[in-house]
Design a protein around this ligand. Structure first.
Ligand code: SR1
Ligand code: MG
Length: 408
């Protein structure tokens, strides 16, 4: 097969590429000239297109040699490779909670997946007032299955180490997370920005609190040195597409081995951002419910998989202790994940308010002062959580404090 040197694809290039892929072309049906190509790029990094024909639609994503929203920020192309590898690793574990990888090309760095055009990005749906109680527990299930199934609890170390080696090469996006999420917000950096002066005193408090900075430093170290499972790595509400009844996790380009609580924390942190952006009481109660349901589902599914694994496959770690001792060990492991979840949630909130990549959640608040006050509420909440991290022992401690702050 001849190699096609990398170039960014336009609509005709996309039609030509797919015309040469019988499996994908069959999904679209008809002749390539009939295919509609629509650009729907929305995230910070890649070009994304929906390609539709008389029989169906697919989604095509191509890496650019730079950050999509900032062409001066150069970036290697390999992120779609890691997204394809992530999809192939987790799809068998999570079934219908993500999408199938239909095609990946390492010359063009093009990934084609099934289209989810009937679904809505969860962040958008939440901003439009959707109350879909099934989504958060599905994300709990997704993380439990993906994390358990890629961990040493389910697979021999030889397999885990081999998979880890693949994703350990995801250096550029891991660097983005380290810098943008876990570092920049805690010091002066030109990438940080916030417009509301009301936030500045809280930023200064965060940066001058020894307890907060120690907590962040500890979480930063844990992110890089606790390869518990294959993470999605960027599991915010923009990486989830849903209907009331069907939920898919997408955009796994940040995949890397890390602490399981990192994915949980990204999701919870984004629900908390939504909480502070929705001033009405009922919407806030629904978000408290969702965070609780997420954690309970994650915990139940993860423990269920662990306990069902009494005769693990050959080569997997086998329990040495049974009965109460094993129970205590499991409980300790889950408490560690909860601690990480709460810590990374606070870190995600902070970076989405004062770091490089903000989220749209607060844009629904028309009044400028009210918008600033809601952002300040979220930022102060995250600051307090990090400052008192070892005082949160259960998810209810976290929810109780969130509820209290939301009513203040
Ligand atoms: C330059 S990339 C900025 C952010 O967008 C991605 O979705 C990740 O969240 C990253 O931190
Ligand atoms: Mg993304």
């Amino acid at each position: 097969m001849t190699q096609t040197p990398y170039h960014t694809l336009d609509a005709n290039g996309i039609r030509d590429l797919i015309a040469g892929l019988p499996d994908v072309a069959t999904r679209l049906g008809g002749a390539s000239a009939q295919w509609q190509v629509r650009e729907v790029s929305d995230g910070n990094l890649n070009n994304v297109f929906l390609v539709g024909g008389p029989a169906g639609e697919v989604c095509l994503k191509q890496s650019l040699p730079h950050v999509r929203v900032d062409p001066s920020w150069k970036m290697p192309l390999d992120r779609t490779f890691f997204e394809a590898a992530w999809l192939r690793a987790v799809l068998p574990l999570v079934g219908g909670l993500t999408t199938e990888c239909l095609f990946f090309d390492r010359d063009l760095y093009v990934l084609i997946v099934e289209s989810l055009s009937g679904h809505t990005v969860l962040r958008t749906a939440l901003m439009q007032g959707a109350d879909w109680p099934g989504v958060a527990p599905r994300i709990g299930t997704f993380i439990a299955r993906a994390a358990f199934g890629t961990s040493l609890l389910a697979r021999p170390f030889e397999e885990v180490f081999t998979t880890r080696r693949t994703f350990a090469a995801n250096l550029a996006l891991t660097r983005i997370t380290l810098d943008l999420v876990l570092d920049d917000p805690y010091r002066d950096h030109p990438r940080n920005h916030w417009h509301d002066p009301v936030l500045t005193p809280i930023v200064l408090d965060i940066r001058s609190s020894a307890a907060t900075l120690l907590a962040v430093e500890n979480l930063r170290r844990r992110f890089l040195s606790q390869p518990q499972a294959l993470l999605h790595g960027d599991l915010h509400t923009g990486s989830i597409m849903s209907t009331p009844d069907d939920t898919r996790v997408i955009d796994g380009e940040f995949a890397v081995y890390g602490p399981i609580g990192f994915d949980c924390g990204m999701f919870v942190g984004n629900l908390v951002l939504h909480y502070f952006a929705m001033p009405d009481h009922a919407a806030r109660k629904a978000t408290l419910r969702d965070i609780g349901a997420f954690w309970n589902s994650f915990h139940e599914q993860f423990m269920g998989l662990w306990n069902a694994n009494e005769a693990p496959p050959p080569g997997t770690l086998r329990p040495l202790a049974y009965g109460p001792a094993a129970h205590v060990a499991q409980q300790t492991f889950m408490e560690e994940i909860l601690g990480d979840t709460i810590g990374f949630a606070a870190i995600e909130i902070i970076r989405r308010i004062i770091g490089y990549a903000h989220t749209a959640d607060f844009d629904i608040i028309a009044d400028r002062q009210q918008r600033a006050a809601c952002r300040a509420g979220a930022l102060a909440f995250a600051y307090h959580v990090l400052d008192h991290l070892n005082e949160f022992h259960t998810i209810n401690d976290f929810l109780y404090f969130l509820d209290e702050q939301g009513q203040a």
